[in-house]
Design a protein around this ligand. Structure first.
Ligand SMILES: *Cc1c(COP(=O)(O)O)cnc(C)c1O
Length: 415
């Protein structure tokens, strides 16, 4: 049955490969395809559906606000916008001085971060430092901060000033000076294959940026909203950044992004210096405020830590020779493989009724809803073990053992 594939081929821009399924419905941690087949969704729209699908709190918030006030432009404020801004300041611990700007996506949040860096740096500080393997989005400014050359090359020239350096403290020490406006990092590089920063990196980056008067901007678009077992990934390190960018999990599926600033960085934007017609609209902010409220009320940050540990244990207990390590934190997990068979594992899992994702050829990414429980983890164990077994059977043992315990992009597999 490929009618929908033909439609997609004919009508959709070819910016992605063939879609894997036609999905028609979701409930909790499950989605259904057009033939009524059920899948356990351990990708959650790429770490987006924090509460799973069709959660009553999400449905209630979107319905109520849709019937109340959806869009008004930023000439006006609305109660949900103010409530969400106050909640984000509290969760991010900005204190009184913090400020929030709302966008509609992650890339747009990082565009705001790019402009924040320019406002801070001016002519005297033209440089922006980002990390090798970084992913910050696909719009021109966020793309300039994204590391992968293949993504940037067709669109050269990039907005100027961005440099990529290895994710080591030594490389940052060597690169930073008083001509740097900002350093931008992801606490865990999700798109690169769930790769953690080295121990102590954020503390060192904070010290070095402070010493040289540069902003430290943390891209929390994938790691934020409780996913790693803290509200924001940087909070595991006990530092205070100058800005964090958010999207994905804060909306639980509704498109919304934000930049939250701390201290003096909160005064850089002035009237007219940035804007978005839709950003901070009542509908999006009402939904995100309800999603974050449910994460708070239901203890889902703690649940992400607890369930993340359980998922890791399950993966270790399955004991596949294809698996050489598990990276990540909380419910952002990268399964490091002994061979570049992530695509095969994802395809086998999907045939069996499990959705996971190949973050790169040798890493399977797992990012389920934050509210999963014992039942979902038990189902995951059965399906993931079966998918691994299928691929083991078709992968020559030599291929599995000869490539060794490294991943293609990072070469780093913490135990
Ligand atoms: C997804 C992601 C982005 C881009 O967000 P979009 O909403 O797709 O524009 C930026 N940074 C990180 C770390 C991401 O994971």
């Amino acid at each position: 049955m490929s009618g929908w594939q033909d439609d997609a081929q004919r009508d959709l821009i070819k910016n992605v490969g063939p879609r894997m399924e036609l999905l028609t419905r979701g409930e909790g941690a499950h989605v259904w395809d057009g033939d009524g087949r059920r899948y356990l969704d351990f990708l959650a729209g790429i770490a987006v559906n924090s509460l799973g699908h069709a959660h009553p709190v999400f449905v209630e918030a979107i319905s109520r606000q849709a019937a109340t006030l959806v869009h008004i432009s930023n000439y006006f404020a609305s109660p949900p916008q103010l409530a969400l801004a106050a909640r984000l300041k509290r969760l991010a611990g900005t204190g009184e001085e913090g400020r929030v700007y709302f966008s509609n996506s992650g890339a747009e949040a990082n565009e705001a971060a790019f402009k924040l860096a320019r406002l801070h740096g001016g002519a005297a500080r033209p440089r922006i430092i980002a990390l090798d393997n970084a992913f910050h989005g696909r719009t021109m400014g966020s793309l300039a901060m994204t590391a992968k050359l293949a993504m940037r090359e067709p669109f050269l020239p990039m907005p100027g000033g961005v440099e990529h350096i290895p994710a080591t403290i030594e490389a940052l020490e060597a690169a930073i000076d008083d001509s740097v406006a900002a350093v931008i990092v992801e606490p865990i590089q999700g798109e690169a294959g769930v790769v953690e920063l080295p121990e102590g990196y954020l503390a060192a980056a904070r010290a070095l940026t402070t010493k040289h008067g540069a902003l430290l901007i943390i891209d929390e678009i994938q790691t934020g909203a409780g996913r790693t077992g803290a509200w924001f990934g940087y909070q595991h390190e006990g530092i205070v950044p100058d800005a964090i960018t958010l999207a994905k999990g804060i909306g639980g599926g509704f498109p919304i992004g934000a930049i939250v600033t701390y201290g003096a960085a909160s005064q850089l934007f002035t009237p007219g210096s940035h804007g978005s017609t839709y950003g901070g609209n009542p509908l999006g902010t009402a939904v995100a405020d309800a999603v974050l409220g449910e994460i708070e009320n239901a203890g889902l940050v703690e649940n992400a830590a607890l369930r993340g540990a359980q998922v890791r244990t399950v993966i270790e207990e399955v004991g596949s020779p294809l698996v050489v390590g598990v990276r990540g934190r909380g419910l952002l997990i990268g399964v490091a493989l002994a061979a570049p068979v992530a695509g095969e594992i994802v395809a086998a899992a999907q045939r069996l009724g499990l959705i996971v994702n190949a973050a790169n050829p040798s890493t399977v990414r797992i990012a389920p809803p934050l509210n999963i429980g014992d039942a979902e983890i038990a189902e995951f164990r059965t399906l993931f073990a079966a998918a691994l077994a299928e691929v083991e059977a078709s992968t020559p043992a030599a291929a599995a053992s000869s490539t060794g315990a490294t991943t293609a992009d990072s070469g780093k597999v913490p135990a």
